[in-house]
Ligand binder design. Structure first.
Ligand code: C2E
Ligand code: CA
Ligand code: CA
Ligand code: CA
Length: 277
């Protein structure tokens, strides 16, 4: 790097390196997507009253030969930025359905639904319901729930109202993900045809130490009830958090306390015996 004295060439070098790295990462993500470099993990979800398994969330994983495990917090935004999220999202849907069928053949019928994360660009498609229905072929739509973040709903709320209605009409369940971080208006919350709210991990994490966060969780649950929405807490790591959530009337939960995201095979081994086969 040349020393220009004002630091700007260092800055430009760093920018160029970053851009180069992102370009390489994009190419390798595409190769992983075309090959078999991506996987899904499944995290169980439980009823907080009965303790029963009530579903699972599919979470995408990428293992690169050189970089090891790359976090979805890194590659999902990259896929969004580089126009790969639609093919990636299609792959996730098809792979999740393949897993549901594979479990069924081994004797596990997942109770409830399998939840799948949908990103903003996938959601920004008036034909989404038909598109997904076409992708998942023989899988019953009633076994799938879609998760869309609160902030993605609010990018174009009027369109979101229409799309959510079409999805529900087609038979998909719909959760508002990361709830509490996206500034929805109450008026829209009522109009989105969602059936569950996922309480964001940040509130769950601090609800035992912060009165403020506990009050937010309490309010979200009360509001969800008033609107007829189920509540699902994410990121539950301790028995105390689970107990506090149950006491506040939260319906369901997932998190390391109950079970980590694991491969489809491990999920079957861990949870297959707990449900009727
Ligand atoms: P998310 O949808 O909010 O998923 C929950 C995240 O919390 C997951 O991180 C999960 O592994 C993690 N988690 C679960 N239980 C606990 C816990 O008890 N404690 C803590 N600290 N974390 C917990 P992950 O798998 O790294 O995914 C991060 C985000 O990447 C997801 O957040 C989602 O927004 C996105 N993502 C993952 N898979 C997909 C996908 O297939 N499609 C799309 N569009 N986005 C995905
Ligand atoms: Ca999610
Ligand atoms: Ca979240
Ligand atoms: Ca998220």
């Amino acid at each position: 790097a040349k020393q220009s004295g004002n630091g700007s060439s260092h800055f430009n070098d760093a920018m160029a390196r970053d851009l180069h790295h992102r370009q390489r990462m994009t190419e390798r993500l595409l190769a992983a997507l075309k090959g078999d470099g991506l996987q899904l993990c499944y995290q169980p979800q439980f009823d907080l009253t009965t303790g029963e398994l009530v579903g699972a969330e599919a979470l995408c994983r990428w293992h690169d030969a050189e970089w090891g495990w790359v976090s979805p917090g890194e590659f999902i935004p990259l896929a969004e930025e580089r126009g790969l999220i639609r093919p990636l999202g299609d792959w996730v849907l098809q792979e999740a359905c393949r897993q549901l069928v594979a479990w069924r053949h081994s004797g596990l019928r997942l109770p409830g639904r399998l939840s799948i994360n949908i990103s903003a660009q996938q959601f920004d498609d008036p034909q989404l319901a038909g598109h997904i229905a076409g992708l998942i072929e023989d899988t019953e739509i009633s076994s799938i729930a879609l998760e869309i973040t609160e902030s993605d709903f609010m990018r174009d709320p009027e369109q979101a109202v229409d799309i959510t209605r079409a999805l529900r009409q087609a038979g998909f369940a719909l959760s508002i993900d990361d709830f509490g971080t996206g500034y929805s208006s109450l008026a829209y919350l009522r109009r989105f045809a969602a059936d569950a709210l996922k309480i964001d991990i940040s509130f769950v994490r601090d609800m035992l130490t912060s009165h403020h966060d506990r009050a937010i969780v309490d309010t979200i649950i009360a509001m969800a009830r008033a609107l007829g929405l189920r509540t699902v807490a994410e990121g539950v790591e301790t028995r105390e958090q689970a107990a506090a959530l149950a006491e506040l009337g939260c319906d369901q939960a997932q998190g390391y306390y109950f079970g980590r995201p694991v491969s489809g095979v491990a999920f079957f081994e861990q949870w297959g015996a707990t449900v009727g086969r």
